[in-house]
Design a protein around this ligand. Sequence first.
Ligand SMILES: [Zn+2]
Length: 272
Amino acid sequence: MFDAHAHLQDGRLAGREREIESLALACGLSGVCVCGTSPEDWSSVEAVPSRYSFPVLTAFGVHPWYADALPTGWEVVLKERLQHHPGAAVGEIGLDGIRATPPLERQFDVFERQLALAVELGRPVVLHGAKEWGLLFDRLTPYAGKLRGCLLHGFGASRELLRRFLDLGAYISFGGAVSETRCVRAREALRAVPSDRLLLETDAPDFFPDGGVPLAPGLDRINHPANLASVLRCAAGLRGVDAPTLEAQTEQNARACFGIGEPLSPVASRAK
Ligand SMILES: [Zn+2]
C-alpha cells in the first residue's frame, strides 16, 4: 500500500513519529511520497526518510500558494537540492483556484519554471490543480511529452479533462474526498481511471478520511499514512474490485510513476 501524496514534514505531525510508524507497520504500508511546499520546508522534507523504517520518496518544489513569497535564487537552491537527491521528484507544484492569491500569472511563472527543471533533470512531477484543472492542462501540455512521469494529486476534474490528462500519460491520484458523496467529480473520475494509471493518497496531515483511525486519543482530525487503508477500501468499493487487487495494482503503478526500480516490500515483512 503506497501513499502517493503526503506531507510528513508538517509541524502538526512533529513528535508523533512513533505512532505514525506503528500504525503504518500494522497496515503494511510499503512507502510514502513526501512533498515539500516551499523553500522553508525543504530541509524538513529531507529529514523525513531517516525517521521511518518504511521507504520515503521525497519531492521538492513550490506549491502555488507560496509562489509570491520566494527568496531570490530559489530556483538555484531547488536545483541543487534535487541534484543532491537523485531519486527525488519535483512537487508539490501546480495551479490553485481556491485561494485568491497569488495571482495566476505569478503561479504560471513559478509552475513552468519548475516543469522546465523537472524536464532538465529527468524527474517525475507531483501536481496540484485545485479548481484550475483546465489551466493546468494547458500549461502542462508543452512539457508533458518530455517529463519522466506525472502525477495529478487530489484529482477532481471532469471526465473530459480526465481523458485529456490520461492522453498526456498522467497518473491520477485520489484521497479521502472519494468517501464523500458530495465530491461527485472525484468519485466519477475514480471509477473511470484505467487500473494501470490509478494511485491513492492521504495528503496527510490534511483530509482525515471517513472511517480513519486517530493517531492518538483526541487527534481525530490529524491524518496520517495508515489511513490510506480506508481510502483503499472506499476506492475498491466504488470501482467494484477487491481491496487486495487494488492495493497490488496501485503499488505497481506508484513504482512505474516514480521510477522506483526495486519492488517495495511491505513494512511488516521487512521488519521480521
Ligand atoms: Zn498536498
